[in-house]
Design a protein around this ligand. Sequence first.
Ligand SMILES: Cc1ncc(COP(=O)(O)O)c(C=O)c1O
Length: 261
Amino acid sequence: MELLASIDGVITPSATATIPVTDEGLLRGDGVFEVVRLYRGRPYAWEDHLRRLTTSAGNLRLEIDLRALRADIDELLKRAEGFDGQLRVFFTRGGRRVALLEEVKPHGLTVSLATVVYAPTRIMDGVKSLSYAANMLATRVAEEAGAEEALLCTPHGRVLEAPTSSFFYILDDELCTPPLDDHILASITRRDVIGLCGARERITIRDDLPSMTEAFLASTTREVQPVSSIDGRALLAAPGSHTARAAAAFAAQVAGSMNAT
Ligand SMILES: Cc1ncc(COP(=O)(O)O)c(C=O)c1O
């Protein structure tokens, strides 16, 4: 399928879609975005993503026209029948309203992690902004260390999340995840996994890492992805039994939601 973009409601091929270079969304990363998974052309948790987008925009003091976005997406999805991929939506400070149909970047069956020091910017709490250069850099730094993805840890040793996904792990035979109070993103997949598997929010420190027996990343695009190693230490099983259960429960939830709509 040809990948399409909608800019302020005008649909064109993504390859030729443009916005002005003077847009502060581009010049300063000043804007908000969401990425939504499309299963056979239908968005998963669309209303949840719209709610988070609205919160992000409010916190960033950015006015957005949600009604217009809904209309744009209705049109775009008519053209995306049966498409397995993702939908990226964003609003820029320059006033552009953009939606893109995209392929899902292929993810491996497992992922190796390297810890990278990262301090969340407090003023950006509750804003999924277009300023993602720090997150992208963290992945590159982890790759330079020989891993596939970063595990973000504060300078004080709190374990947070990955640059574009949430982190879950098994410690003392219990499924845990770092708390939102540690300034991580209120991930929709994280919320689903907690709801489905009863994971406990637990303050997580670097010293916990050697004792973890399983771990996985969770996000809209990765779904549940088993972690094979952290800082070169292999985890016993990837996926282990808890991870496999979480993956199956999330897949069933997605399938149920798709059948219900
Ligand atoms: C920093 C960060 N954490 C976690 C996630 C996962 O969030 P979700 O499950 O809503 O895709 C993302 C997704 O983009 C992210 O950017």
